[in-house]
Design a protein around this ligand. Sequence first.
Ligand code: PLP
Length: 406
Amino acid sequence: MATTLSLLTKTRKDFPILGRNVNGKPLAYLDNAATSQKPRQVIEAISAYYENYNANIHRGIHRLSEEATAAYEEAHKKAAGLIGAREGEIIFTKNTTESLNLLAYSIGLTLRPGDEIVLTEAEHHSNLVPWQQVAKITQSQVKFAQVNEKGELDMEHFQSLVTRNTRIVAAAHVTNAFGAINPVKEMAEIAHSEGALMVVDAAQSVPHMPVSASQLGCDFIAFSSHKMLGPTGIGVLYGRKSELEKMHPFLYGGDMIKEVSYEETKFNELPWKFEAGTPNISGAIGFGAAIDYLCKIGLDSVQSHEQALTRHALKRLAEEKDVLVYGPEKRAGIISFNIGNVHPHDAAAILDMEGIAVRAGHHCAMPLMKKMGLQGTVRASFYLYNTKAEIGRLAEALEKVRKVFK
Ligand code: PLP
């Protein structure tokens, strides 16, 4: 575990919050799929903007505005560099949810009766509800590719659903409830072979592994800064330039225009055509610092660290009596489980007493939980700063949960 140890020594000291106690115990933060913690470098980049060069961007001809504009645009470049996108292909939104809504409103509303949208049964509500609602408005239809009892996609079923009627395929790269990794490259090839667009919800992949837009071969990728060491309130929609150029804006107003008369409006160039109003300037700057931080460590190192932790956790949890782990063998750093008949919320409350932060419930995937016959699960999810010792504490605390509810 040389990589793990070197990563740990490099990173833990950068996260002030990891030094705090919760209920008298050192915090073990295992809720990273919900949101990540922030390193000092990100917090300081945001403070530096407010302390030294806070101004609105693009429209002011003064020093502060020029500095703020340069830093905001640098963040676009950093996000593009992260996934190998081209200039103009990175749109800043509020989060993954807004990125997917942008697509639903812009492309989704062009659908017609008879058109079809193909999703998987394991989507987060953010990649389900917008398409479902758009389908109702346009009288198009949503079809769901099945997943098996481990949460893995049935590719044969998926392929059978994608036809000439399919206009959009949208799927998570990594599913948030069970950590399954979808073969999105292959799915994009199938979508394209029938003339459909491929949308990837990468909220749980871009923060944890190297992702290349060109290698995935998809048309759109959505992700959130707050799940990858950056601040809340800023996210990305990557779009293939040729597709973004065809699309209509989702929000109208200032900054997204080139020329306005009382009768007509000419829209701005990419990406600003999709960034109406004053954007989250400090958020973009903090996000840029988070990308720098992750790139310095290397997302391949982050991924192998999390894989090592996940293997260790699966082995450790298998030793615990009455713990039932869900999800596939090949998975990302997300482990969903239940302990006997204990309600996931009760289990999480006892873990909290031990200073261990996990998530419990339906994980914004209610239809999937219903299909699996589950009221919910406890979910532990890892990031670069987590340790084997924290997993040991989780396993020991589960012993306590079992005893309390025996
Ligand atoms: N998609 C997936 C797979 C997620 O895990 C999440 C958040 O947990 C989202 C979408 C929504 O992300 P956000 O709340 O940042 O918009």
